[in-house]
Write a protein that binds this ligand. Structure first.
Ligand SMILES: [Zn+2]
Length: 384
């Protein structure tokens, strides 16, 4: 793996993230160089010094029979993977700190009743196009959640410094589309992929990325499975699951027209687009190939990683009932991509020391795509 190629934004961002407080696991406060917290952003005293002051005053009360209570502080960072509660607290913090541009909503409830939270970042300009980002529809693909939270964080905290191609978009960001599965991967089974629905007795879980309506059930067992015990189980009907229905209802109910749909997965290092349900190229194949290549080039120029670009069926296999086939064909979102993040080497267990550089390479890809979209006059055949 090559290191950074010297992109100024990347290096600066990397430096910014060299700050971490981890308290709940190892009972210690650790502050490294740089700043990341809201306290620092607002120019108040260093969190490092204020934390030490708190600890110091607390220690005066300690007797041999009294231990300090476990600290509840959980700060988001991109140096390790986080549980759902940390992700959701991070989203709430963004809304609290940047209320003019950040709004949290609950777009639905999971099978087990967990909130599916969505962050919208927008300057409320009525002429904005909408961009959708989702992650962890497959719950074991943790790097996807890290990447979209990074993008959310970076857009919100630097909003007025970004180029117009970023600020003239309404960003709809769902970091954990499958919260039940995501929690389950942290508590029970790291390799769990599906949601936690019960269908036909003991079998648990629907593959949410086979549960969308377009091409649902096509190609028999090659594109998905009708067997509830199978890892690719498509569910008893299109949109049978509340998690996929939440995506449908949010996008189709939105007042702003969606122009981009990016669903993040791992681990094949691919940028793929429709179709997944059949072999033929989609009507806008060449343009999507070009747009995908813009992203792949940005990734390569950032870290040297090579992501292949092509249609879903060409680069992987039949995948029927996927969100990107639906977003392109039914929701008429022209730039519909599935991005398979790192890594083919480590599969779903991408080491945490690769989180940050994966986030940076994808952020540069997203920026490149937005610039490309705003500079092209291409007329989509699929457009409404
Ligand atoms: Zn996936």
């Amino acid at each position: 793996m090559e290191l950074y190629s010297g992109d100024a934004r990347s290096v600066k961002r990397n430096d910014l993230l060299n700050f971490e407080i981890s308290s709940d696991e190892d009972e210690k406060i650790k502050a490294e160089s740089g700043t990341q917290t809201k306290t620092m952003a607002k120019g108040k005293s260093s969190p490092n010094s204020s934390m030490k002051a708190t600890i110091s005053s607390g220690l005066k009360q300690i007797t041999p029979s009294q231990k300090p209570k476990r600290r509840k502080i959980k700060l988001m960072n991109w140096k390790r993977y986080h549980k759902l509660s940390v992700i959701y607290s991070f989203l709430d913090d963004l809304e609290r700190d940047y209320p003019a541009i950040c709004t949290i909503s609950v777009i639905g409830k999971s099978v087990e009743g967990r909130d599916i939270k969505m962050l919208k970042i927008s300057n409320s300009d009525a002429s904005n196009a909408a961009v959708w980002l989702d992650a962890s529809i497959h719950s074991r693909e943790w790097i996807s959640t890290a990447v979209v939270t990074y993008v959310a964080d970076y857009i919100a905290k630097n909003f007025h410094k970004h180029s117009k191609s970023i600020t003239n978009k309404d960003w709809y960001i769902v970091p954990v589309l499958n919260p039940d599965g995501y929690e389950f991967t942290h508590t029970n089974d790291r390799m769990w992929r599906k949601n936690r629905a019960h269908h036909e007795g003991e079998s648990v879980g629907v593959d949410l990325n086979r549960n969308f309506s377009y091409g649902w059930g096509n190609n028999g067992d090659q594109g998905s499975s009708g067997d509830p015990s199978n890892v690719f189980y498509r569910g008893p009907a299109p949109f049978s699951e509340p998690e996929t229905a939440a995506v449908r209802d949010t996008i189709l109910g939105s007042a702003s027209p969606f122009k981009v749909f990016l669903s993040f997965h791992s681990y094949f290092e691919l940028i793929i687009f429709p179709w997944g349900y059949k072999c033929e190229p989609c009507p806008d194949y060449l343009h999507l190939l070009e747009a995908g290549t813009v992203m792949a080039r940005a990734i390569y120029e950032t870290t040297g990683m090579i992501y292949k670009v092509g249609s879903t069926k060409d680069l992987t296999y039949f995948a029927c009932g996927t969100s990107t086939d639906w977003s392109y064909a039914i929701a008429k979102i022209p730039y519909s991509f599935m991005i398979e993040l790192r890594s083919k080497k480590h599969r779903f267990r991408l080491p945490k020391d690769q989180i940050n550089e994966t986030c940076v390479e994808i952020w540069n890809a997203v920026m490149g795509l937005m610039d490309f979209i705003d500079s092209t006059k291409f007329k989509f055949k699929t457009k409404k």
